[in-house]
Design a protein around this ligand. Sequence first.
Ligand code: GLY
Ligand code: MN
Ligand code: MN
Length: 466
Amino acid sequence: MTQAIAHAHIYAARRARLASQLGEGGVAIIPTAPERARNRDSDFPYRHDSYFYYLTGFTEPHAWLVLDATGRTTLFCQPKDLEREIWDGYRLGPDAAVAALGVDAAASVAELDKQLPQLLENQHTVWYPFATHKGLETRVDAWLNAVRARVRFGVQCPALQRDVCEPLDDMRLIKDAHEQDVMRRASAISARAHIRAMQTSARMLRAGQDVREYHLDAELLHEFRQHGSQFPAYTSIVAAGANACVLHYRADAAPVRDGELVLIDAGCELDGYASDITRTFPANGKFTGPQRDLYNLVLASQDAAVAATKAGARFVDPHDATVKVLAQGLLDLGLLNKSKHGSVQDVIEKRAYFPFYMHRTSHWLGMDVHDCGSYVEPSSQGETSTRKDPLSGETIINRPSRILREGMVLTIEPGLYVRPADDVPEAFWNIGIRIEDDAIVTSGGCELITRGVPVIASEIEALMRG
Ligand code: GLY
Ligand code: MN
Ligand code: MN
């Protein structure tokens, strides 16, 4: 059975766009990801390379795409092999690949070392992903050496090497309608998973059961797979109580206690695209006073960030809006002492909020959870200014932040993490809160695609009663 890759025309159009950026005599070589052994005969679940997938839609391992500036594409892939297919599963094979993927030619991956020097002959520039595939540079060297060996026959060898991620990162930064559709669906699944975990927490506690972080992690996984997600987009964080103050905590075996908050940062990957949601909720379904105060402050800061997210704004604008609200709230709630820290402006300038909010508000989201794409505005390249960081004293080079454009997708994820300290009211100790949504930039604002799970405290409480 030969299956055409769904949406093959979309991948073909992307290849053509990349080809048009390679310059005369340019050839791009893009491998997919290697398989990785976990131990002995057991591999980690296979995940294709995002750049390769972006250009092919092809998910088998041991595959390479070669593309030249004229738009001619060659795919190298695993050959048909009945015995291997009995053990490992169906392979498309080169014969079927041409029609299924819409490439011009296809060959067995065993042909790569033979054909690559031929494909590089009389070309000018070889493009490949720099510093991402172990050993790739060495292989490119060998192919170039093979071309050089034929220079005395009048063959020309490429003189330039360039990083193919550079044009691809820019292409990937703007998500087309198909990508946005997949991301909306991934987000909807993840939202359901968060609701399921919230409801399970309250239900188990009501029943007097011993709830552990892994119980909630299991609910997330159930919902992801139930709706066709291939895997979590990243290792889920399920952090009960004080664990929420550990930014990269993993779901473990800690007890989920009545009266404490739970922070879940989890999102599924669907058809190659990530979702990334964080919700913080009371384990038993009812916020305490101090929990609610801090929660509402983080939520207000997120509202401000959402309002600042629109085409034409800068990437840094949502972060700046967040920090402003958090700084004011930290002063108002007494987490920062007004007589010591002064005004909101002082708190921002001296970064006095940093012990409570030490990460950025956003990152690009796409095929990778921290997706590719420069955070610096390309049209302002070379414009720099410097400042001294008030906390570290280091000199920081500022470059103009990226201007947001329609179709960019970013997270909006403010938080507050309160560790015990003498000058912090004890009622807030060990509370960690983050609220994270995924936003598609639109002309007048942004579309939050993760609001299938609510963020308003009373709405979370209502769904946890159900
Ligand atoms: N889940 C990873 C992040 O929020 O950046
Ligand atoms: Mn995130
Ligand atoms: Mn996250």
